[in-house]
Design a protein around this ligand. Structure first.
Ligand code: SF4
Ligand code: SF4
Length: 92
């Protein structure tokens, strides 16, 4: 099981979420973050930290964002790990 970052994260990157993750399983893409499904321990710590409610347990992922489960699994292993909060993108 894993948690999944979905569409609301796109263009946000406030990154409040990464600070609380005990296993540091967030990875930074160009416009959003992804969770590595083999590393996430389903602690749920990140869920309330996200101001736009972009993070879901894979079982609770809204149908419209179902494709994000595979997208997180595909993208996270290819990207750099992010463990510290960054400034939001300009304009957000
Ligand atoms: S806090 Fe939410 S929107 Fe911001 S980077 Fe994390 S998952 Fe994405
Ligand atoms: S559920 Fe826990 S382990 Fe998984 S990404 Fe969120 S904070 Fe990290």
């Amino acid at each position: 099981m894993t948690h999944v970052v979905a569409q609301p994260c796109d263009n946000c990157k406030y990154t409040d979420c990464v600070v609380v993750c005990p296993v540091e399983c967030f990875y930074e893409g160009e416009t959003m973050l992804y969770i590595h499904p083999d590393e996430c321990i389903d602690c749920e710590a990140c869920v309330p930290e996200c101001p736009v409610e972009a993070i879901f347990h894979e079982d609770n992922l809204p149908a419209e964002w179902a494709s994000y489960k595979a997208l997180n699994a595909e993208m996270a292993p290819k990207l750099p790990q992010i463990t510290e909060k960054k400034e939001p993108l300009a304009g957000h």
